[in-house]
Design a protein around this ligand. Structure first.
Ligand code: FAD
Ligand code: FES
Length: 503
């Protein structure tokens, strides 16, 4: 997605600062803003342009309603954890409201209701359980029966969560970046971090250009942490999600947030567009990253789903997809990186990554400035995952499945036949090769082994990149790492003399 949140140069030389923040999405810029507001000197580094990661692709529902439900969270992690989680996300929405107001950020921030709508396929008991749990925890929610856009006709039951919010994510980031620079923090784009080490009392961040940042504390807000090899990545799983925006006459749909109870669920909201028209943004059709390459069909299914329910829908103006990292026990990972004192991470965004990023701003600032946070345990990256979580098993099947993939046959008989925009896996002896032809017609051949932990990458024709199903790394056709945890590019390989037979 083409956005310009803030102009920033590449890091020109080695610099020193109180805090180095790596990543300039909602998490990195929120942390940078809060710390700079507390008088810390801050340097933000991003491998690409400022704010051009997943935050530029979000639909930006700011919700206290929890994707997986408070009932599940309380069952797995206890009532206190669920209560603290609610307090943290409610505070995150308040914080976004306060910041956009104080910094005069014109980002369409609006408070509105959110409806968790019962899909016909879901037993009503699912809403009953969530309602009862929320009431026990003191979370404000109402049981409603009224028409919603999820049904062509008739009344439907939903849970209404008041005081949710929405904003325009890149307008918000642009305002935040301006405010951060106004507080004296330095932003550097096109600066890829390749390592972080402790040297005496300093943390040293090394970049691929050879320049370093020396800091007392480092915050890794790269969506998927690039400093942790294993500890976090076995506790979360990457999912691709799809979204589209279409015009709709103003007033045709109540300005609210909507989610249904399907799995994967649909999510819907409005975005002001022009005097007589709004955009309705519809998302869903999620799947485990790398396990399907049918993005165009999923977007078509999303559009059909929307047109069935919103007869006033006009033309589709935007279609896109992105990745979220689903934490196994329902809350993100925000705090000290396991085993570290001055190194902090933010990850496990799930469909709540915007509030997650805002929570990170407050939580990590508290840890750095006071040494403690009321929400520390809820999000502790080093927490143990309860063994009774069924999904823990299924989320980790993919790495095993990947080992078997090294032995499967080539998907095509010859790499010469690849058309522009196509990518396929081929095998030559024991080598698995990621072969693709970019839209400009250039053939690229790389080892298909992800440079994080070696899983086989899969082609994503919609986004024109290689996705790793294990922990979410993504690589451009020329092999460049686009998304962590991998930092190194896919390894170049020679054109194979012979391919193992196509399946
Ligand atoms: C389609 C879609 C819809 C969504 N809808 C919602 C929603 O309604 N509500 C919600 O709360 N959340 C939603 N999410 C999730 C949310 O958008 C994300 O979780 C959130 O934006 C992640 O923010 P982040 O700051 O962690 O990551 P990012 O925005 O991805 O920022 C990370 C940055 O780190 C940089 N980086 C990576 N590696 C390096 C490196 N080695 N060196 C330097 N920089 C590096 C990247 O370039 C990037 O700019 C949605 C996501 C998608 C894709
Ligand atoms: S992201 Fe971990 S192996 Fe690819």
């Amino acid at each position: 997605m083409d956005v310009l949140v803030a102009d920033a140069p590449a890091l020109p030389c080695t610099v020193a600062t109180d805090v180095a923040v790596i990543g300039s999405g909602i998490a990195g810029l929120s942390v940078a803003y809060e710390l700079a507001s507390h008088g810390r000197s801050v340097v933000v580094l991003d491998r690409g342009r400022i704010g051009s990661g997943m935050t530029a692709r979000t639909t930006a529902h700011l919700a206290t309603a929890l994707d997986d439900g408070y009932d599940e969270l309380a069952r797995v992690r206890g009532a206190d954890c669920a209560r603290h989680y609610y307090q943290s996300v409610a505070a995150a929405i308040d914080r976004a409201e306060a910041i956009q107001h104080a910094e005069r950020i014109d980002c369409n921030f609006r408070r509105l209701d959110g409806y968790w709508v019962l899909a016909p396929e879901t037993p009503a008991s699912e809403l009953d359980e969530e309602l009862n749990c929320c009431r026990k925890l003191g979370i404000p929610v109402e049981d409603c029966i009224e028409p919603t856009p999820f049904h062509v006709e008739g009344l439907v039951r939903s849970l209404r969560f008041a005081r949710q919010a929405r904003l325009h994510p890149t307008k918000y980031l642009a305002g935040l970046a301006r405010a951060i620079q106004g507080l004296g923090a330095r932003l550097y784009a096109d600066t890829c971090v390749e390592g972080i080490r402790q040297q005496h009392d300093d943390m040293v961040v090394t970049t691929t250009s050879g320049h370093e940042v020396r800091a007392a504390d480092v915050v890794v807000a790269t969506n998927s942490p690039v400093n942790v090899q294993v500890a976090i990545h076995t506790k979360q799983a990457p999912y691709r999600t799809y979204a589209l925006a279409a015009k709709i006459p103003a007033g045709a749909l109540e300005d609210a947030l909507y989610w249904d109870t399907l799995d994967p669920y649909h999510y819907v909201r409005l975005q002001p567009f022009s005097a007589g028209e709004d955009l309705v943004i519809i998302g869903g059709e999620d799947h485990r990253s790398g396990e399907a390459d049918d993005g165009a069909q999923r977007l078509a299914a999303l559009e059909r789903w929307a047109r069935d329910r919103l007869p006033d829908l006009r033309e589709v103006t935007h279609r896109w997809s992105g990745q979220v990292l689903e934490p196994i026990d329902f809350a993100g990972f925000i705090g000290r990186s396991p085993g570290e004192e001055h190194l902090f991470i933010v990850s496990g965004d799930s469909g709540q990554g915007i509030t997650n990023g805002l929570v990170a701003g407050m939580l990590i600032t508290d840890l750095i400035t006071t040494g403690a946070s009321a929400w520390e345990e809820v999000y502790a990256p080093s927490r143990r995952i309860q063994k009774n979580i069924g999904e823990f098993i299924s989320e980790n099947i993919t790495p095993l499945k990947n080992l078997a993939e090294y032995l499967t046959a080539s998907e095509i008989a010859s790499v010469e036949g690849l058309r522009p925009g196509e990518g396929r896996l081929v095998r030559s002896g024991l080598k698995k090769i990621a072969a693709c032809r970019d839209r400009g017609g250039n053939l690229h051949l790389h080892s298909a082994s992800c440079t994080h932990l070696g899983c086989v990458v899969h082609w994503n024709s919609l986004e024109q990149c290689w996705d790793c199903p294990c922990h979410g790394s993504q690589f451009a056709p020329d092999g460049t790492a686009l998304n962590g945890p991998a930092v190194s590019p896919l390894t170049d390989v020679e054109k194979p003399a012979k391919l193992e037979a196509a399946a």
